[in-house]
Design a protein around this ligand. Structure first.
Ligand SMILES: [Zn+2]
Length: 221
């Protein structure tokens, strides 16, 4: 069970990035293993909560250990300067090394405790979906390009078709001309035939008249 501080921007689906962490102060002067000094040393790291039992009992001179509530989103300090930086200060300051124990894993992406962002499944799923979307978009653009190509092909074909239509039309015209020619020729032929026939008729009439005359001449003889 994990108890957290309540805050105004509390969201039940998210974990607060605030957690108690053990801060080790190796080499801290032994006379400073008191709450008064320790809380000042770690004040830049976070909110000091309590010293561990060994520090409280002054039984471990090598280092002090203190529980500090830290913000997991902030980078962890590796050192802290202890002392006054004023030039006229009688006490000389020093750099205190900081070590940490029990830092909980916190995912900066889904804002949950228990795993780091590098192992975040939510982020993995999001990336996978984005990749899918990219693939879909790429496919879509490919299809669009294909469609455009097809459209262009169709346009070309229709232009060709028009050309061929025009060609056909000219062919038709040519055919019509031919037909026209043929018709004229036929008419001429027919006229010629008719003239021939007329001639024949005329010739026949003349022949008849001649025969009649011959008959009449014979009768008279
Ligand atoms: Zn996560």
């Amino acid at each position: 069970m994990w108890l957290q501080k309540w805050s105004l921007d509390f969201k039940p689906e998210e974990d607060l990035p605030i957690a108690p962490v053990c801060v080790l102060l190796p080499g801290l002067p032994f006379h400073m293993h008191t709450w008064h000094y320790v809380k000042q040393v770690v004040s830049n790291v976070g909110t000091p909560l309590e010293m561990d039992m060994a520090t409280r009992g002054i039984t471990r001179p090598s280092m002090a250990k203190v529980r500090v509530e830290i913000d997991l989103l902030k980078p962890l300090l590796e050192t802290v300067y202890v002392g006054s930086k004023k030039e006229d200060s009688p006490l000389e300051g020093f750099v205190q090394k900081l070590e940490y124990e029990g830092i909980p894993k916190y995912c900066k992406f889904c804002k949950k405790l228990g795993h780091l962002m590098i192992n975040c499944r939510v982020l993995e799923r999001k990336k996978a979906n984005e990749t899918k979307e990219e693939v879909v978009v790429t496919n879509k653009s490919i299809t669009e390009t294909e469609v455009t190509i097809e459209e262009r092909k169709e346009e070309n074909q229709s232009v060709k078709g028009k050309d061929s239509m025009q060609g056909q039309n000219s062919n038709k015209q040519a055919t019509n001309k031919e037909k026209h020619h043929t018709l004229e020729e036929r008419i001429t032929e027919k006229v010629a035939i008719t003239t021939k026939e007329d001639n024949t008729i005329v010739n026949n009439e003349e022949e008849k008249q001649r025969r009649r005359r011959r008959e009449i001449t014979r009768r008279c003889l």
